[in-house]
Design a protein around this ligand. Sequence first.
Ligand code: DGJ
Length: 736
Amino acid sequence: MPIEIKNINNIEKFFHLYNKNISYMFYINKYFVPINIHFGKRAELQNIPDSMKYYNRPYTPCYREEDSEFTLETACMEYSLFGITDFRPPTLSISFENGSNVFELAYKKYEILHSKVNLKGLPSTFSKNDGEATTLIITLEERDKRLAVDLIYTIFEKHNVITRSALIKNTGIESFIIEEAMSFSIDLKGFGYDIINLAGAWGRERHVDRTRLYTGERNIGSVTGASSHIQSPFMAVCLEETNEKYGEAYGFGLLYSGNHKFTAYVGTSFSTRIVAGINNKNFSWILDKEESFQTPEAVLVYSENGLGGMSRTFHNFFREHLCRSLFADKIRPVLINNWEATYFDFNRDEIIEIAEQASNLGVELFVLDDGWFADRNADNCSLGDWYVNLTKLPGGLSSLANEINKMGMQFGIWVEPEMVSPTSNLYKEHSDWCLHSGYCNYLSRNQLVLDLSREDVQNYIIDKMSEVFLSANISYVKWDMNRYMTNVGSAALATKRQREVSHRYILGLYRILDILTQKFPYILFEGCAGGGGRFDPGFMHYMAQFWTSDDTDAWERCLIQYGTSFIFPPIFMGNHVSIVPNHQTNRITPIKTRANIALMGAFGYELDLRKLTAYELEEIKIQIDVYKEIRKLLLDGNYYRIGNPSLDNLFAWQIVSKDKNEIIAVIVQKMMIPNGPKYSIRLEDLKEDALYKEMKRDKGYTGSQLMYVGFDDMEFKVDFDSMLLHFKCIGEDVYE
Ligand code: DGJ
């Protein structure tokens, strides 16, 4: 029974969601306010902790005039509101028709369901079998019955995770405006925590940023219409001493691909509030009577094994309970993509030449990137005109796909369905189909954004993309999106609802993804937005692969993939080997290292094989064989970061199979240091008494040696040098 409800100290409703490792506890106080007690390591309570009591302080308004012992100013709230003695960031803000924004919510009832509930219109995590997840729904009601809110919690049996969301219901007779509807808030006891977020820009996504918060507010988020390169919908909170391996850490992820916001706040109470959800910038929502508004789902992770433990919890949970693609637990094909090889400048013969060479080297999937349709010879036209360019590709997609299939490879294509070029036929026919606020339209990459808040536009995209996907034997689709949204508005919505457009866009996008991914379950979809600009847990519900970044430089990828792994499993990261000097950084790195970094994910190439040396081609053949040998491990192996590429000259990544019988590790040295150190690294999570063989070197090591003494058979010769190790267990209990 993972949810317990009991009476402690005459407090009637004490709710305890738990599994073997974690507890999430709150109770309903005498004013029917849900108060958080604990989220963290599994615990049992004999009494409601004293720390929950409030002792009168000057300057603090009390919740009830006659009772100086309770104020929301310091209470650990489950769902915070503004204007009623809590001065911290709220979870829900509403404007009523009389102009007031003050309201109270009081506990009314609870309900327990023995599975995870799917959220309507939004991605959500899921349970597959009865009993693996239990859901608690707490209903709060407003005093004048104008609204009610369902707080939805789910605990999973095998994961140190709580999911949360809120359903806001208009139960009154008047409409009201939701100004802010966050998915959850939680008040963690204590302050001075380190706040970690994944920040960046195009070409340098998800760099880890760690900063301490003693007072005030730390806000991160996106207002670009997408989850963005700038900040991932993620925040971690940990103690100063928490590191990769040790210490407590909380991770918060949001299943949302649009404007999001995460706030960490320390006020007078010396507790730290975390609130996350849809960004309230440029957002409001008119909720008419009998309507409801569902917030996106948040995933709350607790780890007592440092940041590494937090990441592994996210990885396992997302793989098992978030991504519904059939490919989630399938090995990913080795692909070659023609973008950095040809950009827009290709024809059928050239594509066939590259494909033939790729197939000889063992590549399994050929991806035709941007430029295959209409007049698309540059990025200034044709988006929206989804018919094949027969001058470039005589015979069309179908004939090309057949030719590539004959070589023993699958065929995939690139699309950017959410956009329109102003010179396209689509724009000429439907100029009101793009987002616009009545003000001038700002172009970015020469394109405009289609208004996905409109059902007619959604249906157009569903139909057009279905046509494309059915036009040839297509096994893979790269779904790109290459600009942020500006002057967001919709011609199809009433003036007073214009602040709803960004969220309606995302709901429209999810409807499209939902329909297309179910209609084409055999297609491996790869999410992309100018690289990793929409690599988020919301999208991951539909897709099992993401283009991690347009930056293919091996060293930059170390930083990007390191940060990305804080929340996303490596197998979801699309990583390609490209040529040097690198197109984004002009940096030269060894081909071995480019591959070793890319091997930790969904592996592929993005270069013109016709221009490589015999040595490089031979290397590629070996790399592909290696990937095919190790890739099963990436599916459910446990992932460890050893060292930090932005701080250490030597760092490693390691993946260990669940039975600990097989390990791969990639070790990277950044710079050659003259007369430098003799490096050693300690691997993790092996069987102490087992004997492991490193397959390439054909050399044996005990588990305890690799974990406690260290592995130091390494020699690096150049900057950005690296090595890949592959260990297999060849004997158990060798020292018993
Ligand atoms: C941006 C993507 O990230 C690239 O990989 C490539 O597909 C281009 N778009 C094509 O326009």
